[in-house]
Design a protein around this ligand. Structure first.
Ligand code: PLP
Length: 353
């Protein structure tokens, strides 16, 4: 039987035997009483890795995002972000209902918000003192999912932070795949953290843990964040088993991210030769391409690939997403590229006929 190559997401990764053994041998306690030593170990490790005061283990990246937004704002405040970011693309309802803030979205070409974009977003609305929504938080994403895993440039980030500090606007980074970005650009995680107030990363993506995220930032953010984690039902008891796997991932699996980035880069060298596809620049572990010129939808393309034992995601109407992750070999990359190429040829042949 032909083996399926599953490139839908890096969230499909599973823990290795060693990671499971780390969980099995973890020392645990009730984290709601602050008595789980492994959770504390993970939180301290993350705070040190990012050179921030505190870290808090969370069940998911979505919960980290929601709690960060609610902790860094008051109800009715305005949060500025790019329209393509996860917080708007997937979490706009949650943000409205749980955080009760207003999103002011910017439509950039590549997800990189500049000071000029931010200034325009602030100035395009009448503010009239504090009678109406006031911008209190800038939310950034890194790597930028909807723009093919683009890395948010450090220089732009530092300019934004300077601007925001002067305007008393907090900066938060949704860094679900920040470590992919750090690996690709050889930038220390703390270099990014220096220019944000709060940030989060996910363990259940390329790092291949089965569970979790961590929210990182200054101590003052956590009085509210800790309460909200309880309110949202995310305060866990013996979460040390999960924390042990996350810690294992941070200490041992960074090299997997490098492999994933390399595989994406290799895959894109094949796809760039296909004229009918328009490829997003590949910077991390994503490859994204637009199928408009083939005259088909992303759904159609993905269905064709499925028939050939290749799984990809129809991200938007005309955009297909491919994500490289642990367990994908170089041979898989080459086979997958061949399948994509054959599908393009078939579609073009049928069009001519
Ligand atoms: C995956 C992801 C999240 C959410 O993480 P979950 O753990 O699935 O809730 C948030 N932001 C970005 C950019 C992501 O890719």
């Amino acid at each position: 039987m032909t083996q399926v190559i599953d490139l839908r997401s890096d969230t499909i990764t599973k823990p290795s035997r060693e990671m499971l053994l780390a969980a099995m041998s973890a020392e645990v306690g009730d984290d709601c009483y602050g008595e789980d030593p492994t959770v504390k170990k993970l939180e301290n490790y993350c705070a040190e890795l990012f050179k921030k005061e505190m870290a808090m283990f969370m069940p998911t990246g979505t919960m980290s995002n929601q709690i960060a937004v609610a902790s860094l704002t008051n109800q009715g405040d305005e949060v500025i972000c790019d329209a393509s970011y996860h917080i708007n693309f997937f979490e706009s309802s949650q943000t409205a209902v749980l955080c009760k803030v207003a999103l002011n979205t910017i439509h950039t070409d590549n997800g990189v918000i500049t000071v000029k974009d931010l200034e325009a977003a602030i100035d395009r609305k009448a503010r009239f003192g504090d009678l109406y929504a006031q911008p209190k938080l800038l939310l950034l994403e890194n790597s930028i999912s909807t723009h093919g895993g683009k890395v948010f440039p450090l220089k732009v980030l530092s300019e934004l932070k300077q601007y925001c500090d002067a305007k008393s606007i907090k900066v938060y980074m949704d860094g679900a795949r920040l470590l992919n970005a750090c690996t690709a650009k050889k930038i220390e995680p703390s270099e990014y953290a220096k220019h944000v107030d709060g940030l989060s990363i996910c363990f259940a993506k390329g790092l291949s843990a089965p569970f979790g995220s961590v929210l990182i930032g200054p101590k003052e953010m956590f009085s509210k964040a800790k309460k909200l984690r309880k309110w949202f039902g995310g305060a866990l008891h013996q979460s040390g088993y999960m924390a042990a796997m996350a810690l294992y991932a941070l200490k041992n699996n960074m090299s997997l991210l490098e492999e994933d980035n390399k595989n994406a880069s290799l895959f894109s060298t094949y796809l760039i030769k296909i004229n009918a596809l328009s490829l997003f620049p590949t910077e991390t572990n994503f490859v994204m391409f637009d199928v408009t010129r083939l005259g088909v939808t992303a759904d159609h393309f993905v269905n064709e690939a499925r028939k050939n034992h290749l799984l990809m995601l129809a991200w938007q109407e005309r955009i297909v997403r491919v994500v490289f992750h642990n367990g994908i070999s170089q041979e898989d990359v080459i086979r997958a590229a061949g399948i994509v190429s054959n599908i393009c040829n078939e579609i073009l042949k049928r069009k001519k006929a």
